[in-house]
Design a protein around this ligand. Structure first.
Ligand code: ADP
Ligand code: ZN
Length: 783
């Protein structure tokens, strides 16, 4: 009897097609991948279900690729759910979720014994006689037949990464070599295929030359970050729970036992020992025979968490997963988890899409962090996916934070989300004393730090303590000013000032990556005298080296210094071991890291970010300040936090100084209610953009017409009750990557209304090739 299967294609056309399973085939199950013919090519497909014999003629499945299902029914349900929410095909979603090596048909079968050749292409397999195929089935079932990527495909997955920091010993006219190095510095490690697309030309010889010079690494494996030596920390398993931890664990474990899936908000101040609570939960989860997933907002934090997990659970299967790993590693992790063996998985948001079988526990650490929302490619909020997964599996979802998302805390207050709190620091730590330093009188860009701040730093260093300085702006100076004509160097595509990076000798647009080498001539007057204005972390580091006592070790941690992942580890390790006294950096250093010797934290520009035209700017700034403040006083010595501000009278500071989340929350939630922002409404942001086309009066009148037409169309689209729309208005970043940008807001009672308004509004678009409209649901960034 012939069996018919529906097969979902994760490559275009992404459709579901019906195939027949030959009677001599090995048994098949839903969720297994197979090779199928589509027109004249071969494709990988995923079996979804058997079906009746269709009316039309069907073709045969060529060969299975998995002996056990790669994806279970829960996973397929998640795929279908995402597809319906994104209004696209399940195949298109699967395309985004499967590592590329698991959806390509560029495969070869390796056979362990004759009469067959040791390598067999799918094409050759198709040509075998029926008897030979039957023999092959026996070999397949025995495990004597394995699936490999084709060597050419394998080469495309080669990873290129930076092996040396700038300045590089490369001739200035070696443009292609510099192009590759700059690309890697701005974007991090990437596949060779991607690099060829981005940099173009004959990348092969350029890469060889750079690799020979030791400036880059080319290979299948990146340096396994997680394999590096652990930072010095107390061994986790010897800790005895504090009373608060015990009480929290009791409630959390109860929730984990509930069969229908629970979500709990764990609000624990910085240093209250949340990680220890996570690990205790993971242990219980594993003991009950289920897998646990621990997520951090950033690779560096996930890495620390992974080490803690591996140290504590040496016997268990621990998997590390994040989006910057090589395709090969991601593929291996993905495939390995399909066997359902109870595992501990640690990673960043994309680890949510691993085929973990019925997870018993998912933890989102620093749940308020914006990086849990992905906007490019597949838009999703990690919290929602995690919720969906634990609902399916009856697992426990823990949202942990010292400064929860205002929406989460609101839900907790209303009783919709159980709340568990840790209110004290564990061990000897006490919360630091936070003070403001008024810098409104400070005008000299060469002196970003007030005398009081410098004194405190000097004293800390002299007493053998350590200090952290945060300035949330990388580079040397955010503005480059022409001394001859007063012009500022701007990005030609974004109309924003370009940032000067001194050691790289470049001016870089932080929005689109365009860069110029420096020195350069002024584009307006041709002069060659530029003055860097304002300060970034690079300049702050330079200032500190001059101002602090001779011999003080100063380290800098920002995207520029940590492009090589080993370098990030080195910086963290050097600082933890006391080889430097001062660490300067961007918000990267605010999160998670635990340095017991830090007694002073300085926020060089506390106002940065506070006045952005975004309803979440107060929340975001508050979270950032409390996180970085939380780095002080985690050991035996008390800590101090100095926040420099030009506006010490702002009411916002009251909450920061008291470090009291509750009072901050009260004020913020009142504002949100008054001005109708989330969580009181569902918010959608429509981003509208058009290409920049000249500056003449004609184009201005075109713009005016476009805006008034769009505004009228938006009003017409908003005809449901309870819906308000605003805009379009120029976006705060008015021009980006050669396009003028406008924002519209939709506020409604539910998401369906938001989508409907957008749907009707999109129908108005008179010229979709020129006018781009995009809907961002629940935006975290309105710039
Ligand atoms: P949080 O994530 O809440 O900011 P951590 O989990 O980093 O805090 O914990 C801070 C420090 O306290 C860590 O070094 C951890 O090893 C230590 N710690 C946690 N629980 C205990 C405990 N019960 N007894 C002693 N030290 C603990
Ligand atoms: Zn730009």
């Amino acid at each position: 009897m012939l069996e018919y299967w529906q097969v979902l294609l994760p490559t275009p056309p992404h459709s579901v097609l019906t195939y027949e399973r030959p009677e001599w085939f090995p048994p098949l199950a839903p969720g297994c991948r197979v090779l199928v013919p589509v027109r004249r090519s071969l494709r990988v497909g995923v079996l979804t279900q058997t079906c009746d014999k269709p009316e039309f003629a069907t073709r045969q499945i060529l060969w299975p690729l998995d002996r056990e299902p790669l994806l279970d029914e829960d996973y397929m349900e998640l795929v279908r759910n995402l597809a319906s929410r994104q209004m696209t095909d399940p195949g298109a979603i699967l395309h985004l979720l499967l590592p590329s090596g698991l959806r390509t048909s560029e495969l070869t079968f390796a056979l362990s014994q004759g009469p067959f050749p040791s390598r067999l292409t799918p094409h050759a397999l198709g040509k075998l006689s029926l008897d030979e195929k039957r023999e092959l089935v026996a070999l397949w079932l025995d495990g004597g037949m394995r699936v490999h990527l084709n060597p050419a495909r394998e080469a495309e997955e080669t990873v290129v990464s930076l092996a040396a920091d700038p300045p590089w010993p490369v001739r200035p006219n070696a443009v292609s070599q510099l192009g590759v190095l700059e690309y890697l510095l701005e974007n991090g490690q990437t596949t060779r295929r991607r690099l060829t697309e981005e940099v173009g030309g004959n990348v092969g010889s350029v890469l060889r030359r750079l690799a020979d010079a030791g400036l880059i690494r080319v290979g299948r494996e990146e340096a396994g970050l997680e394999e590096l030596a652990p930072a010095c920390e107390i061994a986790e398993d010897v800790l005895t729970n504090s009373q608060e931890q015990d009480a929290a664990l009791q409630k959390l474990m109860q929730a984990m036992d509930s069969p229908q899936g629970e979500t709990v908000l764990l609000h624990g101040i910085t240093g209250s020992g949340k990680t220890h609570v996570y690990l205790e939960l993971a242990e219980k989860c594993l003991a009950s025979g289920r897998s646990a997933l621990l997520l951090a907002p950033e690779v560096a934090l996930a890495c620390g968490l992974y080490r803690a997990v591996r140290e504590r659970f040496a016997e268990a299967r621990c998997v590390f997963y994040h989006g910057y790993q090589t395709p090969g590693r991601r593929r291996d992790a993905f495939a390995a988890l399909a066997d359902g063996h109870p595992s501990l998985v640690v990673g960043t948001r994309s680890a949510l899409f691993l085929p973990i079988r019925r997870p018993g526990l998912i933890i989102l650490d620093e749940e308020h962090d914006e990086s849990f929302k992905q906007e490019e490619r597949l838009a999703y909020q990690a919290k929602e996916i995690a919720w969906f997964r634990t609902r399916q599996s009856g697992g426990l979802l823990v949202l942990g934070s010292a400064t929860p998302d205002v929406k989460s805390y609101h839900a907790a207050r209303q009783g919709r989300l159980p709340l568990v709190s840790l209110t004290k620091r564990v061990g000897e730590g006490t919360l630091p004393d936070i003070r403001l330093v008024d810098i409104s009188g400070q005008k000299d860009p060469e002196k970003p730090l007030a005398a009081e701040t410098l004194d405190a730093l000097t004293r800390t260093v002299e007493q053998g303590g350590q200090a952290i300085l945060m300035l949330n702006r990388r580079g040397y100076a955010p503005l480059m000013y022409c001394l001859d004509c007063g012009d500022v160097v701007r990005c030609p595509h974004c109309h924003v000032a370009m940032t000067f990076h001194k050691s790289r000798e470049r001016l870089i647009c932080h929005y689109c990556g365009t860069s110029y080498s420096y020195p350069l001539l002024c584009g307006k007057c041709g002069g060659g005298n530029h003055l860097p204005m304002g300060e970034g972390t690079e300049r702050l580091e330079e200032t500190l080296r001059k101002a602090l006592p001779e011999g003080t070790g100063v380290l800098r941690m920002d995207r520029d210094t940590t492009r090589r992942q080993e370098r990030l580890e080195e910086i963290l390790d050097d600082f933890a071991k006391g080889r430097a006294q001062v660490l300067v950096g961007t918000q990267m250093l605010s999160k998670g890291h635990h340095f017991p010797n830090v007694t002073l934290v300085v926020v060089a520009d506390g106002d940065l970010g506070l006045n952005l035209p975004d309803y979440r700017s107060a929340e975001r700034t508050y979270q950032l300040l409390l996180q970085v403040a939380g780095r002080a006083g985690r050991g035996a010595l008390p800590g101090t936090v100095l926040v420099q501000t030009r506006n010490p009278g702002h009411p916002f500071w009251d909450h920061v100084l008291r470090a009291d989340y509750e009072t901050f929350f009260e004020r913020e939630i009142a504002q949100r209610e008054k001005f109708r922002y989330p969580p009181f409404v569902r918010l959608g942001l429509i981003r509208m953009s058009v290409p920049v086309e000249g500056e003449g009066p004609e184009s201005v009148s075109d713009d005016v017409r476009l805006l008034s037409d769009a505004a009228a169309a938006l009003q017409r689209a908003a005809r449901a009750p309870g819906v308000t729309v605003l805009g379009p208005a120029p976006a705060p970043l008015a021009v980006l990557r050669g396009r003028k940008r406008y924002n519209c807001l939709i506020k409604a009672e539910d998401w369906r209304d938001v989508r409907d308004v957008f749907g009707r509004f999109s129908a108005w678009n008179p010229d979709p090739n020129r006018i781009r409209l995009r809907l961002d649901l629940d935006p975290v960034n309105m710039l």
